[in-house]
Design a protein around this ligand. Structure first.
Ligand code: NOJ
Length: 525
């Protein structure tokens, strides 16, 4: 893939950089842009097509940067706008596109708009948010009983007695997307980053923007007064017009958590977003029947609107899949982390290796969360007093275990990530998972990812069709001569005849494929 390719998002390999935890160059224990620039070679060697950068804007960090105080600058902890521009340029020079993360549902309570709204009831900014009087005689009951996305309540009372809405933390007041100034501001923010050469926008909490202005309670016949309202599509049609005005190869990628696939696909209609994360696949159990159904559901839903599917195994919000796949319950939910369930890391790693080949050969784009290529697992041993995630304390779950800084070199923490103490502790066992330790080891996760991504570039993957190799095997062809086989049964299986192995996720047993192992095959007749 080259930077000239249009529609690159359709089959790109996109790597999520979580800037706090990628690499620290200034020695304060927190990752930064200088660290990313210094380690850009890792991404070039891995062969990814694009970087999705989690928020790097000025922020009080009440929600690790998803509380943005200024969308047109960079937080000093990460560097400067000039450094960000240099990184965009250097990434492009290395053939890597850049996607930035925009958070439109809410902003930081330190954003000038919210400060102005709080300071003066008559300020025009007041209408950019959801200020409402309380219920009850003294107005001291919240306007609604809506439950927050992190658990807990969704309204906070201000000094003047009114309440404001926040679906996440009180430091993240929700914006009023019915207001034209809010819409204009975000279109201008998109242009700000497109003008700096970014190739795409990841849209945070994309389905939440609009709220039912009557603020009804969540009821059986109206279960979503703040989720997936029809009017949200007009916002994205306007964004699409902005993206298209840059020549057609800027992508909009939505974070859309939506159990109903048809409603999910609505976001991907030809005049809306280009792609959205496939959380159905991310949450799916390691189970051949469920995975197959998920793949079918995904491909059907996307085909209906002509959009490319995406394949996502992990991100900064969920338990790392090495850990998930090593548990008895292999699904993802926000409630099954840190619950003391035993984890078999060897099994989880074996499955994660197979899942790498699976997710890199299904039709569509594949997303890699930093550290996934190193086979990192969830750090479930962070002392709670070190937790920084606001979800902890509200939902009894912390996402910090998947946000631990990357191990680069050496035998002990901080493994070359920083010269100081890293902002979250790294497991000592990661000494075998550093980039240095894995480079050149043909059995390492890193070399598996490098080989798979390199092969994916040279293969011309064609039409998808299932290959029937038994109930507990997930097997499919891409055109006549390429197949992927994932053995999800508990026993070895025979590989099909007339093939040669292009790549295997683990050792084969003669011409049999061991359990929880995947292969890419060249079919010869
Ligand atoms: C989704 C982001 O991925 C998550 O990290 C954040 O906490 C919420 N949106 C709120 O912005």
């Amino acid at each position: 893939m080259s930077l000239q390719d249009s529609q690159w998002w359709r089959d790109a390999v996109i790597y999520q950089v979580y800037p706090r935890s990628y690499a620290d160059a200034n020695g304060d224990g927190v990752g930064d842009i200088a660290g990313i620039r210094a380690q850009l070679g890792h991404l070039r060697d891995l062969g990814v097509d694009a970087i999705w950068m989690s928020p790097w804007y000025p922020s009080p960090m009440a929600d690790a940067g998803y509380d943005v105080a200024d969308f047109r600058d960079i937080d000093p902890a990460f560097g400067t706008l000039t450094e960000a521009e240099a990184l965009i340029e250097e990434a492009h020079a290395a053939g890597i596109r850049m996607i930035v993360d925009i958070v439109p549902n809410h902003i930081s309570s330190e954003h000038p708009w919210f400060k102005a709204a709080l300071a003066d009831e008559k300020a025009k900014e007041r209408d950019y948010f959801w200020f409402r009087p309380g219920r009850g005689e003294n107005g001291d009951e919240m306007p609604t009983d809506w439950r927050g996305e992190f658990g807990g309540t969704t309204w906070t009372r201000t000094g003047d007695g009114s309440w404001y809405l926040h679906l996440f933390t009180p430091e993240q007041p929700d914006l009023n997307w019915d207001h034209p100034d809010v819409r204009a501001e975000f279109e201008s923010i998109l242009r700000f980053w497109f003008d700096r050469g970014v190739d795409g926008i990841r849209i945070d909490s994309a389905a939440l923007l609009l709220k039912d202005p009557q603020l009804p309670e969540v009821l059986e016949d109206n279960p979503h007064p703040f989720h997936d309202l029809d009017g949200v599509h007009e916002v994205y049609r306007a964004w699409r017009r902005v993206a298209d005005s840059y020549g057609g190869n800027r992508a909009l990628i939505g974070e859309v958590w939506m159990p109903e696939v048809e409603r999910f696909a609505n976001y991907l209609r030809p005049d809306e977003l280009h792609a959205a994360f496939n959380f159905d696949f991310l949450g799916c159990a390691w189970d051949p029947r469920l995975m197959r159904e998920c793949v079918d559901r995904t491909l059907d839903a996307h085909k209906a609107v002509g959009a490319p599917a995406t394949w996502v195994l992990s991100n900064h919000d969920v338990t790392r899949h090495v850990t998930r796949y090593g548990r008895e319950d292999t699904t993802f939910s926000f409630d099954n982390n840190l619950d003391g369930t035993p984890v078999d890391l060897e099994l989880g790693t074996r499955r994660a290796r197979a899942a790498a080949l699976l997710s890199l050969s299904l039709p569509g784009a594949t997303y890699i969360y930093q550290g996934e290529e190193l086979g990192l697992w969830e750090n479930e041993n962070i002392p709670p007093e070190q937790f920084q995630d606001p979800m902890w304390g509200r939902r009894g779950h912390s996402r910090d275990g998947c946000r631990v800084p990357l191990p680069w070199t050496g035998d002990e923490a901080p493994f070359g990530f920083t010269t100081a103490t890293p902002w979250l502790p790294q497991p000592a066992e990661w000494k075998d998972r550093t980039v240095q330790a894995q480079t050149g080891d043909p059995n390492s996760m890193l070399e598996l990812y490098r080989s798979a991504i390199a092969l994916r570039r040279t293969e011309s993957f064609a039409d998808f069709s299932w290959l029937e190799l038994g109930r507990d095997v997930l097997a499919f062809c891409r055109g006549q001569d390429f197949a992927c086989v994932v053995n999800m049964s508990g026993a070895p299986i025979a590989l099909p005849a007339n093939q040669s192995v292009l790549l295997a996720s683990g050792p084969l047993d003669g011409d049999r494929l061991p359990p929880d192992t995947a292969v890419w095959l060249r079919m010869t007749s």
